[in-house]
Design a protein around this ligand. Sequence first.
Ligand SMILES: [Zn+2]
Ligand SMILES: [Zn+2]
Length: 426
Amino acid sequence: MGWHKEWRKLAKKMIRKRKRSCKAKERDEKKRKEEEKLAQSPSFQIWLKEQEDLEKHQEEEEERIRLELHSQWLHEEELAKQRWQKQQEKLEQLKAQKAKEELIINEEWEREQQKLKEEAEMQEQKKKRKEQEEAALMDRIDKYVMGESEKLPSSARTVTESRPGCMECPFFSKVAACRFRENCSRNHIRPSISHTILFPGFYTNFRMDYVNQSNEYDTDVGLEFDDKEIYDDFLNFYDDVLTELKTYGPVVQFKVCCNEEPHLRGNVLVQYSSKRYSIKAFRALQGRYYGGKQISAEFCNIPSWGKALCGFFKKNKCPKGNKCNFLHTFKNPNGEFYKADRDIFDDYSPVRDIIEKTDWNWSPSPEPMQRSTRKQKCEIKENTPNRYSEHKHRKNSSSENEIQRKRVEADLNPCSIEKAEISETK
Ligand SMILES: [Zn+2]
Ligand SMILES: [Zn+2]
């Protein structure tokens, strides 16, 4: 392509440009003229004025709305502030309330603690007082037992009842034992201290051992044991135990039960002329061992021996037989204490009661000691030169025995005393 063509193209472009600029100039000129014309026209002037008014109105409205919104915001701000203040006040109140409640709780807790402390102190004092009272009572009982005081303290004369308020058990009140034991619906009244001590199941022999093991009483088997042999065994026991019991003081009644009923079987009962001696014996024998067997002792009340002992048994005619609830007892040798069986205690001599002790079956532990026969013991007794004169001699030399004897003589019928005490405590 030659420069001519190029030139022509450029020339054409230049021409088009010039034409375009001329047209634009013309158009601008036309527009300017039209505007000038328009500006000079009254309708345009009115339009302009309207436009100005509108703009002004718009500005005013916008300002008004802005101010309104601002005042609204201020109002809301004020309300929020008030709400916040109220909330703060409420919080303060709650805090104060909580602090007050805590203070009350603390005070209450402290009061409670103080109360508990006082109660504990009171309990401690009460316990101490009780201990002191018990110690003082034991001391007074000791003095009474030692003969340093004449009367048993009244606080020691109490009773325990199995069912207070219920009718008294007719069996327990007579024989100090009941087949129903603690399950009995009637009241069993036990004295804390009395003239009489019961050793439940203390005595046993071959026949009783057999009954105990077989748990039933068979008369044919019972016959296998010779009555004489059994009675000899009882006499051995009698001598041995009564001799020991008499070392604590004058005995006015001694009974060994041969009943087959478990609650009466082998029960041993001893009554002293005074509680001074029964306490002594109780303390000495409770928990001790006899023939390898531990003994238990309890104070009991037999208001009338005449009513406790089975009258028919003595004549070998008890219609109740083995089921009898009254005392079937071995016959004491030489009719000893026979008057006590009829509740007569007037012929009692304290000197005669104190007999030399032959200690062969008593032991502080379960190991049985060597057992001697009644015959051997009688020989020992015979070889002892005049026991009673020896006692009379001892009586002169020992002032304690003299005091004891005087006290015994002064004692009234112990049964009547026990009855009076029981009714007193009721
Ligand atoms: Zn009963
Ligand atoms: Zn009977």
